[in-house]
Design a protein around this ligand. Structure first.
Ligand code: ADP
Ligand code: MG
Length: 343
């Protein structure tokens, strides 16, 4: 199959919102009055971000999901995306399920594929998403209605959506570092391979959250980005965060049994510094607690308050009784990690 036949068969569909989609030298998007474009790119490299033998349908889903998660973090509504694909060969048995997984998630979010590039090479998937946000924020003088990493104040609450750490737990199991019962592995693996971007929550948090980021590299690392941009510190109640590891919360023998079996430090590492959660970590003034609850209900996305921002710089981790805790954590960073590190 040639390049153009491949593009036609797997990646070309009638356009909906876009003025012009696949087939010309450029795609064309019409921006709506009063709106701004939100744009983000994520690249997924075989052997680093996913195992080469990953189910192609799940991979198609995931490579768009991680991009939509960035739009969610900005409170942007997805519009369209481009797909740059390097493929070792034109393997239809791989392309069919890959494009199916990709386009099913695209349809679920009304985000259409409008173009891209296709070339031969080691498997590499690069997606750029385009979304829209109101040009005007609710705060006076705001230059955008997008949620940003900056903008929160000391005293604001810190929240996280959904569950945390299960993707990192699955990765450890798949790498043979620990042995999970099949039913637990299935749930955790689903979180690793089929993350659901929190687009509806991001939209509902416009005008409510004071700062927001998505959790892709680990809770504390991504919260750290907010702290840095806001010039603030934070206190985080680790017990509240650790309760969000679904595999642990659902353990038949209870959390204590889970901790005995897999180690409390594994729980801490997966929840606080594990990657690939694609949840949102966000802040809001205490006066907005009812509005946050409403946003959570409206988007059918659970959120948990895990701490608060403080003027004093640094991240203070405390237990349920307010006592300082100091877990040993190795947060992931693509360039500081050894090359045989996380996939
Ligand atoms: P050009 O050489 O002008 O950049 P290409 O020949 O690379 O154009 O691509 C032809 C058309 O197919 C363009 O509209 C491009 O956006 C689209 N396209 C190429 N690869 C993909 C892909 N993987 N997914 C979607 N559209 C693609
Ligand atoms: Mg090209």
């Amino acid at each position: 199959m040639g390049e153009f036949e491949l593009i036609r068969q797997f990646f070309t569909r009638p356009t909906r919102g876009a003025v012009l989609g696949v087939g010309d030298d450029c795609a064309l998007l019409q921006s709506a009055p009063g709106m701004q474009m939100a744009i983000s790119t994520d690249m997924l490299v075989s052997g680093r971000h996913f195992f080469a033998d990953t189910n192609p349908q799940a991979l198609g889903h995931k490579c768009l999901a991680v991009n939509l998660s960035d739009l969610a973090a900005c409170g942007a509504r997805p519009l369209a995306f481009t797909l740059a694909l390097a493929l070792p060969d034109a393997d239809e048995a791989w392309l069919a399920p890959f494009s199916q997984g990709l386009l099913a998630l695209a349809d679920a979010h009304g985000c259409e594929l409008i173009g891209g590039d296709t070339t031969r090479g080691p498997l590499n998937i690069c997606i750029t998403v385009f979304g829209e946000v109101p040009a005007q924020g609710s705060r006076t003088g705001a230059v955008t209605g997008a949620l940003l990493r900056s903008g929160a104040h000391a005293g604001d609450d810190i929240y996280v959506s959904g569950t945390l750490g299960d993707a990192a737990l699955a990765l450890r199991a798949l790498q043979g570092e620990l042995l999970l019962p099949p039913e637990v592995l299935a749930v955790a693996r689903n979180r690793l391979e089929r993350p659901e971007p929190r687009v509806a929550l991001g939209l509902a948090l416009r005008g409510v959250a004071s700062a927001c980021a998505d959790v892709s590299d680990g809770l504390l690392g991504d919260l750290g980005h907010i702290l840095e941009r806001c010039g603030l510190g934070a206190e985080v109640q680790t017990d509240r965060a650790l309760a969000l590891l679904a595999a642990r919360a659902q353990c038949a023998g209870g959390e204590a049994q889970f901790d005995r079996q897999y180690g409390y430090s594994t729980v801490q590492q997966c929840v606080l510094a594990g990657g690939d959660d694609y949840e949102l970590v966000f802040c809001a003034p205490p006066a907005q607690r009812a509005a946050v609850a409403q946003a959570s209900a409206r988007s059918a996305t659970p959120v948990t308050r895990i701490g608060s921002l403080q003027a004093a710089p640094g991240l203070r981790l405390v237990d349920g009784l307010g006592r300082a805790v100091a877990p040993k954590l190795a947060s992931f960073d693509h360039f500081s990690a050894p090359s045989e590190g996380r996939l």
